[in-house]
Design a protein around this ligand. Structure first.
Ligand SMILES: [Fe+2]
Ligand SMILES: [Fe+2]
Length: 136
């Protein structure tokens, strides 16, 4: 069994909002599956369908997250949404590149990893703090 590409680390990644933590875990599962199937040299057809699943789930997750933080007095909401738009653009860029070349290179996986650590730890945890205060 290959080493997982990305491990869920509650201490570092929790937003303290269960629904969002579950969605992040689902994203990580898809990323790990993509990594493992790519390492196993799966067909382009199979990899394409996982990349599409990842892209569509990312869009859905961002929609859910934005709906959620719109219910909070979250002053960074507009900036956070802008970051989501940029991430989707970059993800779609990588996706288009892959669909053209059939290759998922290190730059793609590096992007996924950075996105997760930087975005979940640095940005998503912010609405988590506000949500925690609200329910306290
Ligand atoms: Fe986010
Ligand atoms: Fe998120």
């Amino acid at each position: 069994m290959a080493e997982s590409f990305f491990k869920w680390d509650k201490e570092r990644l929790t937003t303290h909002v269960d629904a969002m933590d579950h969605e992040h875990q689902k994203l990580i599962q898809i990323m790990n599956r993509l990594y493992e199937r790519n390492e196993a040299k799966a067909s382009k057809t199979e990899l394409t369908s996982i990349v599409r699943e990842l892209a569509s789930w990312t869009v859905t997750h961002f929609e859910h997250e934005e709906k959620f933080f719109d219910t909070l007095a979250y002053s960074q909401a507009a900036v956070h949404k802008k970051i989501h738009r940029d991430l989707i653009e970059r993800l779609k860029g990588h996706q288009a590149e892959f669909e053209k070349t059939g290759v998922l290179g290190p730059a793609f996986f590096q992007f996924l990893k950075t996105w997760l650590t930087a975005h979940i730890m640095g940005i998503d945890t912010k609405y988590g703090e506000i949500a925690a205060k609200k329910s306290a």
